[in-house]
Design a protein around this ligand. Structure first.
Ligand SMILES: Nc1ncnc2c1ncn2[C@@H]1O[C@H](COP(=O)(O)OP(=O)(O)OP(=O)(O)O)[C@@H](O)[C@H]1O
Length: 268
């Protein structure tokens, strides 16, 4: 798997004119990598992920998965969203099987694959449960099992733990690292949580405020991620300071531009 994005731009038509959400985004993700993109609210993170998923089309540039241009959604890209997207009337197993059913996978194989991935995410005893019977973290584990069951080339995650409390979030981060290691899945996650990005990924793309551009690419090298205490390690803190500084400087710049714009408007 090789994901390549070249000079991507996305503009939206709004009542106030064209809004440039993403500008000149070029990045790559290699087989088996865990990469995160961090950015402030409105920097275009969700837009970027939706474009890769093929849920929206770029205004310029291209997205290639193994050299093939993305023109729409496909089972080679699995998605996990922040909000719980399970079908409430279907059991946990049926939810996991659903994508496979759409792909035309025969029933027996569907059941087998769903059972396997529900075991991977530690929910074997909940196969018959309905989503309403699950906690938020469990629901996200089902969503991850569902995405993995289709055996995507890359798993795209849009702030998957954003709605969880701190403790559940930490447990889910640990859990996701285990899944990533055991399944060798390639993961691209977007988040505004800098600690989460440093803890999970091998590389981070820092996005600038709107229009979102790649401000910096950082390689993350930490002694061990098995222990959540790593977040207190001086190297971890140094990465965090570097990313926060980039985001902060960017915020300052945006504020300054807004101040200049409003004073120009005021002088009219
Ligand atoms: N369908 C749309 N029509 C018009 N503008 C849009 C649309 N989708 C996103 N935008 C705008 O594009 C910009 C980027 O939005 P996006 O949701 O990608 O940012 P984000 O970084 O994911 O933000 P957050 O962290 O708050 O979720 C924002 O200014 C948003 O208002």
């Amino acid at each position: 798997m090789h994901l390549e994005i070249n000079q991507l731009q996305k503009q939206f038509k709004t009542k106030r004119g064209l809004l440039t959400a993403l500008q000149d985004i070029s990045l790559h993700i290699e087989e088996g990598e865990f990469v995160c993109a961090v950015g402030a609210s409105g920097s275009g993170k969700s837009t970027l992920l939706r474009l890769i998923a093929g849920l929206d089309t770029p205004t310029a540039g291209e997205i290639l998965v193994d050299g093939v241009r993305v023109t729409g959604p496909g089972s080679d890209r699995g998605m996990v969203f922040q909000s719980y997207t399970l079908y409430p009337w279907m059991s946990v197993a049926e939810n996991v099987e659903f994508g496979l059913k759409l792909q035309g996978v025969p029933k027996a194989q569907r059941k087998q694959q769903a059972a396997y991935y529900l075991e991977v995410v530690g929910l074997s005893t909940f196969t018959k449960a309905l989503p309403k019977e699950l906690s938020g973290g469990m629901k996200q584990r089902v969503a991850i099992a569902r995405a993995l069951a289709s055996k995507p080339k890359i798993l795209l995650m849009d702030e998957p733990f954003g709605a969880l409390d701190v403790q559940t979030k930490e447990a889910m981060q640990q859990f996701l690292l285990e899944i990533w290691r055991s399944t060798s899945t390639t993961i691209f996650m977007i988040t505004h949580d800098v600690e989460e990005a440093i803890f999970l990924s091998q590389r981070i793309y820092v996005l600038s405020a709107r229009p979102g551009t790649i401000r910096r690419e950082l390689q993350i090298q930490l002694p061990s991620k098995s222990n959540p205490q790593i977040k207190r390690h001086s190297t971890f803190q140094k990465y965090k300071d570097d990313v926060m500084k980039l985001l902060y400087e960017d915020g300052m710049q945006t504020n300054r531009i807004c101040e200049v714009q409003s004073s120009v408007m005021g002088n009219r």
